[in-house]
Design a protein around this ligand. Structure first.
Ligand code: HEC
Ligand code: HEC
Ligand code: HEC
Ligand code: HEC
Ligand code: HEC
Ligand code: HEC
Ligand code: HEC
Length: 325
């Protein structure tokens, strides 16, 4: 134990070790800064001092004492998440009534109508690229709206506190998939949220998708909407969730040379990187390289080269160990 501690301390003094340590620190700082989010409006602190905690303390005007109460988990906000969303500059009371500054909150505030995405973004040329109106029309065709009507709003998927235009701005497919699927799962894996809309119990998704091999791997690499909507060419993200009978089950749709994923999930990625670094690069940099979807001879050569290098590395390591003994 002591010996290995000493060897690691002495090897830290070697220049190679020190420079890689420095590199590591620089990397962490870089990642830290590139992820840094905006500062929140200071007024929000008065709300967040309760709305980020599991228990709250308040002055009970009836008993004239400090009371403690448990916070409903659905009402606890994530501050960092808020600060990285598109509405981070907002004050809480830009959207909610200023009467919320009093606690206990007036019970009538529950009925306060809140603005929808369309109320603020509809018809505004500044946001034309997002095609809010067209998304709205597609959404109204979806099973969610057809079955649940007005109780299913855009905000059920896009929490206004946290929303980011992820598929548009991220260059990591894994990141886009995670963000998108968490939207669906926030409700489809949470009965108390699900039953605010439906009187049924949430269906067991892992059983329903049992026919899909490597289910977990698939859910990390494709979005739910890949199979549950039909691609609409004129929209970046299709919003018509189809009835379950129409969901995609055919493996070849994705696992083929002309994968449908090119027109959906990889669309942004391809658009962004094709212009900058060419297609081959964009596929290599992309973590999800779908088997069969790309028949690129260079890619095959590169993977063989990587394999050879890896094998060479392992053999050198093994030989070095044998010699040391
Ligand atoms: C003293 C703690 C406290 C403070 C400060 C506070 N809240 Fe609340 N808030 C609560 C609790 C507890 C609830 C749960 C429902 C209840 O008890 O009224 C709640 C509920 C809410 C709800 C949900 C209402 C509903 O039932 O749909 C909103 C919205 C809200 N608060 C907004 C705000 C805003 C905006 C501020 C700041 C201006 C704020 N709150 C400040 C404790 C607080
Ligand atoms: C861009 C508008 C917007 C801003 C800014 C905003 N909210 Fe909300 N908030 C909403 C909407 C819309 C809902 C209702 C969500 C729904 O329909 O499910 C909501 C719901 C809530 C709820 C009820 C629980 C929930 O998530 O449904 C609480 C609590 C809340 N907001 C607190 C806050 C606090 C505290 C802030 C400031 C840090 C804040 N909100 C800022 C739009 C906003
Ligand atoms: C109360 C009005 C309001 C509501 C409701 C609202 N937004 Fe926004 N949204 C804004 C404003 C204002 C901005 C610009 C914020 C800024 O410049 O920092 C914005 C920014 C955005 C952006 C970034 C646009 C860009 O390219 O810079 C997106 C995307 C967005 N909102 C989507 C939505 C979605 C989706 C909803 C519904 C879930 C929604 N918004 C609800 C007012 C609103
Ligand atoms: C069933 C869930 C769901 C509902 C309901 C929903 N969306 Fe979306 N929306 C998504 C998903 C998933 C994405 C892709 C992830 C992302 O980029 O945010 C998306 C993306 C978006 C985008 C970004 C598109 C782009 O070009 O970058 C906007 C804007 C948007 N939705 C607006 C809306 C509006 C407005 C409504 C209501 C009329 C709505 N959404 C309802 C799931 C939903
Ligand atoms: C590879 C394609 C594929 C993916 C990815 C996928 N699904 Fe499905 N899903 C299907 C098919 C096909 C069905 C219909 C299954 C059947 O009827 O046997 C289905 C059924 C469903 C149902 C209907 C359940 C019921 O019977 O009421 C829900 C809800 C659902 N999926 C949600 C999701 C969510 C959420 C995700 C993302 C985490 C997802 N799906 C990812 C293909 C997919
Ligand atoms: C806020 C909750 C909520 C969110 C978020 C949500 N759903 Fe649903 N979803 C429901 C409810 C509730 C039903 C059942 C509707 C019914 O049968 O009454 C449903 C039904 C479905 C069905 C089955 C439709 C059928 O034919 O029975 C599919 C598929 C589905 N959702 C996919 C998705 C996908 C994909 C997403 C994310 C893009 C998503 N859902 C987001 C609540 C949600
Ligand atoms: C919506 C598109 C889509 C559909 C539909 C789909 N897949 Fe996949 N599949 C993927 C992606 C993306 C991956 C991840 C590729 C990777 O990173 O290795 C994957 C991975 C796999 C893997 C794992 C390969 C490995 O490297 O371990 C298998 C096996 C697989 N799929 C089989 C199937 C079968 C069988 C079906 C039909 C029942 C199917 N897939 C349907 C997109 C899809």
């Amino acid at each position: 134990m002591l010996k290995s501690g000493l060897t690691s301390a002495s090897s830290f003094n070697s220049p190679a070790m020190r420079s890689s340590f420095l590199f590591f620190i620089v990397l962490i700082l870089f990642l830290g800064f590139s992820k840094s989010s905006q500062a929140l409006a200071p007024e929000n602190e008065s709300c967040l001092k309760c709305h980020t905690h599991q228990t709250i303390t308040f002055h009970n005007t009836l008993t004239k004492r400090e009371d403690k109460r448990l916070m409903n988990p659905l009402y606890i906000l994530d501050k960092d998440h808020f600060a990285s969303g598109v509405h981070a500059k907002f004050k809480c009371i830009d959207c909610h009534s200023a009467d919320y500054s009093k606690y206990p909150h007036n019970a009538e505030l529950k009925l306060e109508p809140l603005s929808t995405c369309l109320d603020c973004h509809g018809g505004d040329a500044k946001y034309a690229a997002y095609q809010f109106e067209k998304i709205d029309l597609e959404f109204q065709k979806s099973v969610h709206f057809q079955k649940s009507g007005d109780s299913f709003t855009c905000s059920k998927c896009h929490n206004q506190h946290y929303y980011q235009a992820k598929s548009r701005n991220s260059s990591e497919v894994g990141d886009i998939v995670k963000f998108s699927n968490e939207m669906c799962m926030s409700c489809h894996s949470n009965n108390s949220k699900f039953q605010l809309i439906s009187d049924k119990l949430k269906p067991a998704l892992s059983q329903i998708h049992e026919w899909l091999p490597n289910q977990e791997l698939h859910f990390l690499n494709v979005r739910c909407i890949e199979c549950h909507t039909q691609v609409v060419d004129s929209l970046s993200v299709s919003h018509n969730i189809l009835p379950k009978e129409k969901a995609l089950k055919n493996c070849v749709e994705c696992h083929s040379k002309n994968s449908m994923l090119e027109a959906s999930l990889y669309k942004y990625k391809n658009l962004q990187s094709r212009s900058k670094i060419g297609k081959l690069n964009s596929i290599i940099k992309n973590k999800s390289y779908v088997i069969g979807a790309y028949q690129n001879i260079w890619l095959n050569y590169i993977s063989i080269l990587i394999l050879i290098l890896a094998l060479a590395g392992i053999s050198i390591h093994v030989i070095a160990r044998i010699i040391k003994k």
